[in-house]
Design a protein around this ligand. Structure first.
Ligand SMILES: *[C@@H]1O[C@H](CO)[C@@H](O)[C@H](O)[C@H]1NC(C)=O
Ligand SMILES: *[C@@H]1O[C@H](CO)[C@@H](O)[C@H](O)[C@H]1NC(C)=O
Length: 223
């Protein structure tokens, strides 16, 4: 009876011995695999979480420390000799621009500065601005001066062009302010950046800046 009872079991085992063997190994393998997968998934999640966290912190720091470029506005620009029809020998350019540091916590060193006036992309005058300064956050500095005599290179031929433009109602120049600046973030100073501000300025027949150009923001770029 006992052996008779056993025979079908054995025969059943003999029927699918390979499958049973395979199944056991398969399950062991699956358990091991799912454990490894779970551990690696956890490590991956921790790693990604850390990465995300560091990214957020960096982004916030970057947002709060990112220096805004200086804001340059043209305030005034005039050539009185244009109104009087006087010759170019007496020409005088009066300029006034403002540079604003709009940063909350970042100071700006202006190490060197140069003002250049262009007419149709030809330099007609220029001079270094003879002061270097440190600009506190949220402060505005006036950059004003005059160009005359040796700092102006107006020929009589060019003056004729100015007069021709004046007869049409407007003489357009470009005031370029070039500066070497450094940003000061807490106690750290950035490297030097070369800044250019390009201000188009239109002068009317009276030699004064036309209202449409007044207090205009000048595009600023670095190189
Ligand atoms: C330049 O313009 C500013 C703002 O309009 C003014 O306060 C300042 O007095 C001007 N400076 C000169 C020298 O004209
Ligand atoms: C700008 O800075 C100058 C000197 O550094 C200071 O006298 C002036 O009060 C400041 N202006 C503002 C608006 O903070």
């Amino acid at each position: 009876m006992w052996s008779e009872n056993r025979i079908p079991v054995q025969s059943a085992a003999e029927n699918r011995p390979l499958k049973r063997h395979h199944t056991a190994r398969y399950y062991a393998h699956r358990v091991k695999e799912s454990l490894t997968t779970r551990v690696s998934k956890l490590i991956c999640a921790i790693f990604l979480g850390l990465l995300f966290f560091v990214g957020i912190i960096t982004f916030i720091l970057w947002l709060s420390l990112r220096p805004h470029r200086p804001r340059i506005h043209i305030q005034d620009f005039s050539i009185p000799a244009l109104a009087q029809g006087a010759g170019f020998e007496n020409a005088l350019i009066i300029y006034n621009a403002t540079a604003r540091n709009s940063n909350q916590n970042i100071g700006v060193y202006y190490d060197t500065m140069q003002v250049t006036v262009f007419y149709q992309d030809l330099i007609i005058g220029g001079s270094p601005v003879l002061f270097s300064f440190f600009q506190e956050p949220k402060n505005t500095t006036i950059i004003a001066g005059q160009l005359s005599g040796a700092t102006l290179t107006v020929t009589s031929q060019r003056w004729q062009q100015f007069m021709a433009d004046r007869a049409r109602g407007e003489v357009v120049f470009r005031l370029e302010i070039t500066a070497t600046i450094r940003f000061k973030i807490s106690t750290w100073d950035s490297k030097r950046h070369r800044m250019h501000a390009n201000c188009p300025v239109g002068v009317g027949p009276d030699g004064l800046l036309l209202p449409s150009y007044r207090v205009k923001k000048c595009p600023v770029y670095f190189n």
